[in-house]
Every structure is written in C-alpha cells, then in structure tokens.
Ligand binder design. Sequence first.
Ligand code: 5GP
Ligand code: MG
Length: 183
Amino acid sequence: MASEIEILGSRFGLFLSNKQIMDRIKLLAMRIREDYLEKFPLFLVVLKGAYPFAKDLIQAAGIPCSVSFIQLSSYEGFMSGESVQIRIPLTDSIEGREVIVVEDILESGKTLAEALPALQKQKPASLKVCTLLRKPHLLRFQVEIAYNGFDIPDAFVVGYGLDYREQGRELADIYKLTTSGST
Ligand code: 5GP
Ligand code: MG
C-alpha cells in the first residue's frame, strides 16, 4: 500500500490500513451479532460511501438479515454542504423492522440528524446507527451512535468507499488530506 497518494492535485497520507479497518470491523460485527442474532435486522446502507464497510460488516456479522439502500447527500469537495437531500429514497418497508443504519462517517451529524426522524416516522421496531468513522470535535447535531469504528481528527479522509470528488473510493486503505491543491 502507498504511504502517500495524490488525487486531483491534493495530497493524502496513509491513515488507517485495511488491516486496522478489518480488525475493528470484526469487533463491531461481533457486537451486532450478539445484539441481533434472532432479530433478522435490516441493514440500511447509506450510499455511496458506506458500501465497502457495509459489505465487510454484514459478512463478518454473519447473521440472517436483509439489506437495503438509501442515498443522502450533503457534501461538495472538502466541505459539508448546507442542506441534506435524499437522492435515492427507501424502496423497502422498514415498518416493524430492527433497522441498523450503516454510515461511512459522521462529521457535523447533520445528515443523520435530518434523516433519522424521517426514518422513525416509518415506524421501525428499532433504529440504531453504525458508523465506521466519527469526527467528535466537529459534531454539532445530537445523533446517538450505537456502534462506532474510529474517532478521528478533524481532517478530510478518502478511501475504503469515501471519495474526494468521486475519486478514491476504490482504495482499500483510508488516507488523510495533508496538502490541499484547491478548496
Ligand atoms: P455530516 O452531515 O455528519 O456533517 O457529514 C456526513 C457526510 O459527509 C458523510 O456521510 C460523508 O458522506 C461526508 N463526509 C464527512 N466527512 C468526510 C470526509 O472526511 N471525507 C469524505 N470523503 N466524506 C466526508
Ligand atoms: Mg455518508
């Protein structure tokens, strides 16, 4: 794995290796397995960034479940945007289901702070959040996180599903912005 990469003129340094990510996911998956073994949970994956995390998490949990997708968006370039849009709506009913929302990263918390009440209206039996990354110092909205992978510093990260301007999602490891080429 490269210790440094460049995307669209911005430089990123290695931050979390795939091994570190997978080790942490195994622990989260074990907890989810214990909590949901007989509950046939519905993993609601927030596209696009959470897809590799969701795939590894759900396989590691290894329990009967269903999987559904939603796409929310609030991010342009390096900056969290002003309003949250639903780009791909829910296609499956979550009524009466034990729902685990799978997110890539929480920054301000705004995306989920807006999306969770909308999901709650559809009357799931329970609604929990599992996020791979969280930036605790930038959290501005109250969002309860049941399962958290890593607390990270206030830096922009790419890789393992996370993009910079739609690039870098294919990287197996997570990289952190070191030198910005533009804003
Ligand atoms: P929030 O609404 O919590 O401020 O932002 C959450 C969303 O912004 C995440 O779901 C993610 O899509 C995006 N985001 C936040 N921080 C980063 C980051 O460091 N890198 C990338 N690629 N996306 C981020
Ligand atoms: Mg996201």
